[in-house]
Design a protein around this ligand. Structure first.
Ligand code: GUN
Length: 290
């Protein structure tokens, strides 16, 4: 009788808790210098999922001893009004990080709003200046979700040098920055997307797979090389309404070496890295005025 191995689950909640303790300690150390890291979260409209996300972000701030303000606006807010708010927050010394929750109502140009955020306060890492800094390897804010994935790889002591990483998804928020971060750690990186003709042929070669598509069962057991590290960025629901990722967890865990669950994997790490970025924005601000 053969026994199938089960992958080690990377516990995002446990790692997030450890990192948040460190954020709280560093925030406390800054307070001695009269600085409390501050995050402004701006929500326009009444998107249900966004309401939950922003609430979780604000709670995570207060749990870690960070100052936060939640600005909620009606869906009728104009682009000019939102740009004026961003400008005010850019000039508010109590605010070190600005997050404008996406998606924005259709009449507002999200790119224009993101580019209005001061790069020094761009804790989401969505500004072109942040994206450019990541691309050329200069200091800047990294988008929170792929940054959280890198911390998870670090937590298992995984050395990416010479490994083949396959990223499924090419969004500006996850896929593209994820590929750049893996490349910076000397992995050979392949980006797959909806026009990739044979996804399985690519993933079967991978030592590390990051699934960031937003569709259930994009990655199944037959597509994974034994022992591979599988990171699941997806946030979907089963027809029964249960939260699930992009990876067929039940099947893939029998083949992979490491796997991140949904929920309790990448999700808690995303908010954690937002706290880390906000703290670092405050630390840089304090250092620049010292
Ligand atoms: N909407 C979904 N995820 C995010 C995120 O990480 N940041 C922002 N600003 N909006 C989002």
């Amino acid at each position: 009788m053969s026994t199938s191995a089960i992958a080690t689950t990377i516990d995002g909640n446990a790692l997030a808790a450890r990192l948040r303790t460190d954020v709280a300690r560093r925030a406390e150390a800054l307070k001695i210098h009269g600085v409390t890291p501050g995050l402004a979260v701006v929500l326009v409209g009444d998107n249900q999922a966004s309401q939950v996300y922003v609430r979780n972000k604000v709670k995570a701030c207060s749990d870690a001893g960070l100052h936060s303000v939640l600005e909620k606006y009606d869906a009728t807010m104009t682009e000019a009004e939102l740009l004026a708010r961003v400008d005010a927050l850019n000039n508010d010394p109590a605010i070190h990080g600005i997050l404008v929750q996406l998606p924005l109502p259709a009449h507002i140009d999200a790119n224009k709003v993101i580019e209005a955020i001061a790069p020094a306060k761009d804790v989401d890492g969505f500004h072109v200046a942040s994206a450019g800094a990541l691309m050329v390897g200069q200091p800047g804010f990294w988008p929170c979700t792929p940054y959280g994935c890198m911390k998870m790889l670090e937590s298992i002591g995984y050395d990416l040098r010479g490994k083949h990483a396959v990223v499924i998804g090419r969004s500006n928020i996850v896929g593209k920055p994820m590929a750049l971060m893996l490349l910076q750690k000397n992995a050979t990186v392949t980006i797959c997307h909806s026009a990739t003709p044979d996804l399985k042929a690519m993933t079967l070669q991978a030592d590390v797979i990051v699934a960031a598509v937003g569709k259930r069962n994009v990655l199944t057991a037959d597509m994974v090389k034994p022992g591979a590290v599988v990171m699941d960025v997806g946030m979907n629901r089963t027809p029964e309404g249960k939260l699930c990722g992009d990876v067929d967890f039940e099947g893939v865990q029998k083949v992979a070496g490491f796997i991140t669950p949904v929920p309790g994997g990448v999700g808690p790490m995303t908010i954690t890295m937002l706290l880390v970025n906000t703290l670092e924005a405050a630390e840089r601000d304090a250092a620049s005025r010292a």
